[in-house]
Every structure is written in C-alpha cells, then in structure tokens.
Ligand binder design. Structure first.
Ligand code: CAA
Length: 270
C-alpha cells in the first residue's frame, strides 16, 4: 500500500490516510487502497477502527482536484460511485469506526468523516463542503449525510455558501461528537488520535456481538419508518441471546457474590 497505513493495537485497528504532500486528498488509488484495507480487517480480532490522516495539518483535504479537473460527465459519475462505494463500506462496516479529525476535513474529507460512526475533532480541525466554489456538488455523499446529521437547513447553508467552519462551530451544529483540546504545548493531532484510540479501546471492551448489533440497528432503523425500525431492533435484540457473552454477562450480574457480580466478562465473538 502506498497511501494507507494500518496498525493494530490490542483489539483496535488504526487506518491512516497517508498522502501528506497532497493533504491526504482522495485520488482513485487512495480510495482503492482504503477499500482493500477494510476488506482485510480481521473481524474476529478487531472490534473498533480509528480513521485519521497523516501529518499535523489535514485529515483529508477532499477529493483530488487535479484528478477530477479533466473528467467527463460519465467519468465523474463513476468517480462519485467509487467514493460512495468505499464510504458506504465504511458506514456499514460491521464494527464501529471513529474518525480522529486532525485538521482540514473539506469536501470528501468532511464526507468520509460523516461516513464514520463517531467524529472527534482536534481543536485545529476545519470542516466544510467547498464544492460549489469549484463548480460541482459534493460528490461522496455530502448532500445526503450532512443533511441527515445536522438538519437540512444548516446543511444547505454550509453547502450553498461553501463556508468552512472551525471545530467549535462543528460541535455546536452537531457535526462532531467532541472537540479534543491538547495539554499545554502538546500536539493537537496526538491528542485527538489518543482520545479516539481510548474511546475505541473502551468500545472494544464491550460485548462485540452486542456492539455490532447496536450499530446495525441504528443504521438500518434510520432508513425505514418507526414501525419497521422497531422490528429491526427486536430481531437484533433477540440475536444477542444464547450467545456466550449474554449468558456470562447476565449470570455475573445476577450473582449474589459481590466479587463475581463485578467480575469483567472476557467477551468473545460468539
Ligand atoms: N486535491 C488535490 N490536491 C490538493 C487538495 C485536493 N483536494 N488539497 C490540497 N492539495 C494539495 C495542493 O495542491 C498542494 O500541492 P502542491 O504542494 O503540489 O502545490 C498541497 O496539497 C498543499 O496544499 P496548499 O498549498 O493548498 O496548502 P494551504 O495551506 O495553502 O491550503 C487548504 C490548505 C485550505 C486545505 C487548501 O489546500 C485547499 O483549499 N484545498 C482544497 C480543499 C477543497 O476544495 N476540497 C474539496 C475538493 S472537491 C471534493 O471533495 C468533491 C467531492 O465531494 C467528491
């Protein structure tokens, strides 16, 4: 892989988009490598992913403008589909993905962050959908996910004006879950990555089947009306039962012996 780094620590995988010279802009090769990296994640071992960008300056500064500049209508549509397919793979990935947004998250960068389950921003992060200033619409899901995340009115304002917003404003409008401030003198990037990895480790300690089922219930339920959504939850709730994790965790809770009651269950993928 030329542009993607993948590291594993305990049960957490960290994917770094590593094209720092171009501020981690997404060209076709980056998208292909990201897709192949996701395909290769060992889901028996890894329970949560963190996605970040190389360097201090950018998470991802968007789709590659140089590559896009000479595309025909048909080629542009195909490029949009390539990005959308990878981002959808990320969004529906069986385990949670946390974006550690360490700087510019513009256009495709904001869009890839929105395809993750949770977004943590460094205090230096900048978000925006600047596409209309380039004569195009957002093309990797931005018109759809931004409106769903922060509401149609605010999404329209940001997209029509192409205005970039800083991390605190992104937090205020609900685009990010938290803004991570570094200790005095420490690096903003290190701080947000450490916070994301800590959160991922916390998720990795929970029962993996239950975490996956919760992700699926939320994602699938949001696509349908409430009557159908609640049935999705019932099925996934039911699917957790008769697993080793549910049996052991509930038995421990019900145990009269205080020591046993508090014992951490070593959760399995079974
Ligand atoms: N595509 C290709 N190259 C990019 C890029 C992008 N999206 N963003 C940055 N780069 C490259 C620059 O061309 C430059 O390369 P060279 O050193 O070879 O000249 C390098 O990264 C550093 O960038 P700058 O010199 O521009 O750095 P800066 O500090 O002056 O500005 C910035 C930083 C404000 C993020 C600026 O780079 C910028 O505005 N980038 C483009 C942001 C953008 O418009 N993103 C949306 C793209 S469209 C899209 O994403 C469509 C979609 O939805 C699918």
């Amino acid at each position: 892989m030329e542009y993607i780094l993948y590291e594993v620590s305990d049960k957490v995988g960290t994917i770094t988009i590593n094209r720092e010279k171009a501020l981690n802009a997404l060209n076709s090769q980056v998208l292909d490598e990201l897709s192949a990296t996701l395909d290769a994640v060992d889901l028996n071992e890894i329970r949560c992913l963190v996605l970040t960008g190389a360097g201090e300056k950018a998470f991802v500064a968007g789709a590659d403008i140089a590559e896009m500049s000479s595309l025909t209508k048909a080629e542009a549509e195909a490029f949009g589909k390539k990005g959308n397919d990878v981002f959808r793979k990320l969004e529906t990935f069986p385990i949670p993905v946390i974006a550690a947004v360490n700087g510019f998250a513009l256009g495709g960068g904001c869009e890839i962050a929105m395809s993750c389950d949770i977004r943590l921003a460094s205090d230096t992060a900048v978000f925006g959908q600047p596409e209309v200033g380039l004569g195009i619409t957002p093309g990797f899901g931005g018109t759809q996910r931004l409106a769903r995340l922060i509401g149609a009115g605010m999404a329209k304002q940001l997209i029509y004006t192409a205005r970039n917003i800083k991390a605190e404003e992104a937090y205020r409008v609900g685009l990010v879950n938290d803004v991570i401030k570094p200790e005095e003198g420490a690096s903003s990037k290190d701080a947000v990555l450490a916070a994301a990895q800590k959160m991922a480790a916390g998720i990795a300690k929970q029962a993996p089947i239950a975490v996956r089922a919760s992700k699926k219930a939320i994602n699938d339920g949001l696509q349908v009306d409430m009557d159908a959504a609640i049935v999705i939850e019932e099925k996934l709730f039911g699917s957790c039962f008769e697993t080793k994790d549910q049996g052991a965790a509930m038995a421990n809770f019900l145990e009269k012996d205080k020591e046993k009651k508090l014992k951490v269950v070593p959760f399995e993928n079974k």
